[in-house]
Design a protein around this ligand. Structure first.
Ligand SMILES: Cc1cc2nc3c(=O)[nH]c(=O)nc-3n(C[C@H](O)[C@H](O)[C@H](O)COP(=O)(O)OP(=O)(O)OC[C@H]3O[C@@H](n4cnc5c(N)ncnc54)[C@H](O)[C@@H]3O)c2cc1C
Length: 392
């Protein structure tokens, strides 16, 4: 996928991966199969956060792929970033979401909206995996309606004082750095919310309850609590009162990573189902010879390709600095809903064995559901896309 060619409204479209992209996919797949696959079931069962793997991913340059090399990043684009998330998620969606929340939410918010000083302080540590990042927008009473944030930040003696609680924050319990949104001017509604960057040991800041989840159980999701948390003015991220608007821009890129997470898990489920269908014999022949099974495999393969193409279009546009609100929402909506269907069919192709934890499709079936919820539910994606369509 040459970024310059795969263009929205452009004259030419090149559907070939570059040699570097082929090599990148191969390298990440080999890493995932060697370092992640043997532990997936144990991590899932025990809800074990794969810290060692995250540190190794950092050393390989996969924790900051989209940031410039001078800041310690990989100097890559969103297509390459998607390839990394896809290949990790093809083996374990938990690793995929950990890297995605760290990179395109926390680190990217700092990179896009931060001062030069903030970028130089945080990005190299985050890109190397030395530090893990989390991003806290959602609150118990402010999910889809994220502008309903209740956490407050008020000035006192030249310092910001944060009070409130966030919920459902990915990486909350392992994060060295948190980007969080708080109300700084209640009367101004969504133009009265600001972003702050908070380091782990700051007094008054801590992770709260860790959720016991249906899926993606090796990733840690939970509360972030601010209890009189005092921050120097240099911890304001971006312009005062623009944190919510900036968050929406950050989510444009984040949704590409959730599409990639969906595609990766769908690919993993499809690969397992294809393999199983050739081995499993009923009525004296492999079940892959039954047309009903073939049609399932065909529909799965078509949906994976369609999801990938939608996502690479959004990725390519973002790399060229174009606004991708509609395209990234379309990619996330289609890829996540397709992935839920694909994981369901993968279980169906496995019959009773698909219901058993010895086979990987049971876990994909549980894990993939998050993709229609996180970073905006399917209903909210439709709302976002409808607004964009009605604008034209
Ligand atoms: C595993 C996991 C990881 C997450 N990671 C993060 C993270 O790192 N950082 C973060 O900030 N958040 C994170 N989230 C939160 C996630 O983004 C929210 O759960 C999501 O945005 C939905 O919010 P809600 O759960 O409050 O649901 P609600 O907003 O209460 O929605 C409930 C239902 O109502 C529907 N609905 C709501 N409003 C409308 C409307 N206007 N029109 C039509 N339907 C509507 C929704 O689509 C949904 O079906 C995570 C969530 C999970 C489960």
């Amino acid at each position: 996928m040459r970024q310059s060619d795969f263009c929205h409204g452009g004259v030419s479209v090149d559907f070939e991966y570059t040699a570097e992209q082929v090599q990148l996919r191969k390298a990440v797949r080999e890493f995932a199969e060697a370092e992640i696959a043997p532990h997936v079931a144990e991590w899932d069962e025990g809800q074990i956060f794969p810290l060692d793997v995250i540190r190794k991913l950092g050393k390989l340059g996969y924790m900051g792929a989209i940031f410039p090399e001078e800041l310690g990043g990989g100097g890559l684009g969103y297509i390459e970033y998607s390839i990394i998330i896809e290949e990790l998620s093809r083996v374990d969606g938990s690793v995929g979401i950990i890297v995605a929340a760290h990179t395109s939410l926390c680190s990217n918010h700092i990179y896009k909206m931060g001062s030069d000083e903030q970028r130089r302080h945080y990005i190299p540590k985050l890109a190397s995996g030395e530090w893990i990042g989390c991003w806290s927008l959602t609150e118990p009473e402010a999910g889809s309606d994220a502008a309903g944030t209740r956490t407050t930040a008020a000035m006192d003696n030249g310092e910001w004082v944060l009070n409130g609680a966030k919920t459902f924050t990915t990486n909350a319990h392992y994060a060295d750095v948190c980007v969080a949104m708080a109300v700084t001017d209640r009367a101004a509604a969504q133009h009265g919310i600001s972003a702050f960057v908070i380091e782990k040991d700051t007094p008054g800041f801590r992770a709260g309850k860790k959720e016991n989840k249906l899926g993606l159980r090796a990733s840690a999701t939970g509360e972030v609590i601010f209890d009189g948390c005092r921050l120097k003015p240099c911890h304001l991220l971006g312009k005062l009162n623009e944190g919510f608007v900036d968050s929406l821009r950050v989510l444009d890129g984040g949704r590409i990573s959730i599409a990639a997470l969906s595609i990766g898990m769908a690919q993993g489920a499809y690969d397992a189902a294809l393999h199983y269908s050739k081995l499993r014999k009923q009525f004296g022949r492999p079940i892959s010879e039954f047309q009903a099974i073939q049609h399932k495999l065909v529909d799965m393969a078509v949906e994976i390709d369609a999801a990938r193409l939608l996502n690479y279009r959004a990725a390519s546009m973002l790399d060229r600095g174009l606004r991708v609100t509609k395209e990234s929402s379309m990619a996330k909506l289609f890829a996540s809903e397709a992935a839920v269907r694909i994981a369901g069919e993968a279980v169906q192709i496995h019959g009773g064995y698909g219901f058993i934890k010895d086979y990987p499709v049971e876990k994909f079936y549980r894990d993939v559901k998050l993709c229609t919820i996180g970073e905006g539910t399917s209903e909210i994606q439709r709302l976002v896309i409808a607004r964009q369509l009605l604008k034209s």
